[in-house]
Structures are given as C-alpha cells and as structure tokens.
Design a protein around this ligand. Structure first.
Ligand code: ADP
Ligand code: MG
Length: 210
C-alpha cells in the first residue's frame, strides 16, 4: 500500500482526503493516479468496490481550473444511480475547492432544470450517454472545452446499448484530450473502444472479476 502523500497533490487535497479517511491508495488508485496526473490516457480494469471513482476523480479535480467556467471534464456512467454516486464522491473530494460546480445529466428526470443548471456553467458534467446526447443535439451543452473524458463502467455502458450514443458524443469532444476508460471486464468491444478513442493508453489491471 502507498500513501496519497507520495503523489504530487496539493496539501489541501491530501488533507481533505484524510478527513474522508483516505490515507492509503487502493491498488487501482496506486496504479492509475500517476498516469492520470500526467495527463496520459488510461485503460483500467478493476472489480466493483475497488475505489475507481477516486482513481480518476482525484486526477480530474487536481487538473481542474475553477476560475474557468467551462465544462472541463465529462464523466459518462451507465445509470443515473451510478452517475449520482460518482458526482457525490467528486463533490466530497472537491470539498476544499470553493465554487466548483458538478452537474449530473441523466435521463428519467425533467430536461428543463438540467438546461438551467448547464446555463450556469458547470466545471464537470457527470451523466448517462442518452441524455448527454440529447443536450448536445439541442445545443444546451457544449463540450468544446473538455480536456478529460471518463468512460466509467464502460462494459456496462456497452451492455445497456450505449455504444452509438458514446460514438455520437465523442464527435463533440475535442480530439486533443485525456481519455480514461474504466471497466470491470475487458471484452473485445472494450478494447475496440480503447483503440478508437484513446492514444497510447496505459493499462492497469488489478483485482480482476471473472
Ligand atoms: P468502484 O467504482 O471501483 O466500484 P468506488 O469508487 O465506488 O469503487 O469506491 C468503493 C468504496 O471505497 C467507497 O465507499 C469509497 O468511499 C471507498 N474508498 C475509495 N478509495 C478509498 C481509499 N483510498 N481509502 C479508503 N476508502 C476508499
Ligand atoms: Mg465505480
């Protein structure tokens, strides 16, 4: 196990992680965070409950510029429940950063409040592909300033049938970006996704699910 203090993070980030009870990195965090912090692409496989959210979340939040009122990171998740969990964890990790805005964009809830929330310029959008795609089509969301894209639980997103939505969304995200792909399993379609959307992806494999 290695401590978060071994990473090039700010003192306030380390202190806040400490208040969350996060002192030692989980294996997927220790494998991923050095790459995430360097801006590299990453393909990571780790089972549920292994701490994947912080494995990308700490890096996203470290690299974020709170003074720039633009969507700088987009996190895609398979379901609304998962998107809300991820947004909650990101907000806890970001607690020491004032004025940071994290918006969830998921289906099954009214469109208009999301639109209003997006008009107030979020730094991070977390959501499900279907609704994100709808906002892009209606031009109520701009991803022109995204520097980091996260595909969380990518295998489940493909199982649900979000492959086309993901393709369509990726056309709206700048080509020059960091792409982080997390999955509990590595079937062929995940490797294809990586080949299409990532560059020189570093691979991290821990606690594999069979
Ligand atoms: P996954 O996305 O891999 O399923 P989560 O990111 O949801 O896992 O994390 C699982 C649990 O582990 C959460 O309750 C989270 O608060 C906790 N956790 C994550 N990282 C650490 C850490 N470094 N130290 C202690 N607990 C952690
Ligand atoms: Mg997760």
């Amino acid at each position: 196990m290695s401590a978060f203090t071994t990473l090039p993070l700010t003192k306030s980030m380390i202190e806040n992680l400490g208040t969350m009870g996060y002192h030692e990195m989980t294996p997927v965090q220790a494998g991923s965070l050095p790459h995430v912090l360097k801006g590299e692409d990453l393909l990571a496989q780790a089972k549920t409950g292994s701490g994947k959210t912080a494995a990308f979340g700490i890096g996203l939040l470290h690299n974020l510029d709170v003074k720039r009122f633009r969507v700088q990171a987009l996190v895609m998740c398979p379901t609304r429940e998962l998107a809300e969990q991820v947004a909650g964890e990101l907000r806890r990790i970001a607690r020491f950063k004032h004025n940071i805005k994290i918006t969830t964009i998921c289906g099954g809830v009214p469109f208009r409040p999301q639109q209003i929330s997006l008009e107030h310029q979020a730094h991070i959008v977390v959501g499900t592909p279907g609704r994100i795609e709808q906002h892009l089509r209606r031009e109520t969301l701009s991803l022109n300033h995204v520097t980091t894209l996260v595909l969380d639980e990518a295998d489940r997103m493909l199982d649900i049938g979000f492959a086309d939505s993901i393709d369509n969304i990726l056309a709206f995200v700048p080509k020059r970006r960091q792409t982080l792909l997390f999955s509990a399993t590595f079937p062929e379609p995940i490797l294809e996704l990586s080949t299409r959307f990532q560059k020189n992806a570093q691979r991290v494999v821990v606690d594999v699910e069979h």
